[in-house]
Ligand binder design. Structure first.
Ligand code: NI
Length: 177
């Protein structure tokens, strides 16, 4: 396993729509190794999610996990999940604003509106069909990663940039909001 380099904003790969993965391609040994590397990279960077294009592979794979995380304390836990070719459908029009950061946009954080409840359809790393409902922070993380796979970053979703803040100023001025 290996920790991969994470792309930063400005690299064109982050703005490309990623390619759908044929299910049989998941059986290639290199693909399973790559997914393991994505998981290890996400954990090493204290991320709660990582999309393949953030490690220079323009393919529809995202990994996510929320456990004890210093970047996002006191968030509900989400088990380690691998999403291949995900599709999401909002289950209501309800949206909620909350803070997001991104490993590809270091040191910054901003408030982003997201759907509160979504249906998620995808394949898992073995090609099995996944179909589940995600809510609140879980739904937020999936929408963030889904956006990556479609060439978008959270800045594109902000209503405006008035809450965009560096982490040091976040801790000093915004933490209680
Ligand atoms: Ni991100």
């Amino acid at each position: 396993m290996a920790i991969l380099k994470v792309t930063r904003l400005g690299h064109p790969v982050l703005r490309k729509v990623t390619a759908i993965i044929p299910a049989e391609e998941l059986q290639f040994p290199g693909m399973q190794d790559f997914i393991d590397d994505m998981i290890e990279t996400m954990k090493d960077y204290d991320g709660v999610g990582l999309a393949a294009d953030q490690v220079f592979e323009s393919k529809q794979i995202a990994v996510l996990e929320v456990s004890e995380n210093p970047r996002y304390p006191q968030k509900p836990k989400v088990p380690l999940t691998v999403l291949v070719n995900p599709r999401i459908t909002p289950l209501s029009e309800d949206m909620e604003d909350d803070w997001e950061g991104c490993l590809s946009i270091p040191d910054l954080r901003g408030r982003v509106p997201r759907y509160k409840t979504i249906r998620v359809q995808a394949l898992d790393r073995d090609g099995n069909e996944l179909d589940f409902v995600a809510e609140d922070f879980h739904a937020r993380v999936i929408q963030h990663e889904f956006d990556h796979l479609n060439g978008k970053v959270y800045l594109d979703r902000m209503r405006d940039f008035s809450t965009l803040t560096f982490l040091q100023e976040f801790a000093r001025y915004w933490l209680r909001t």
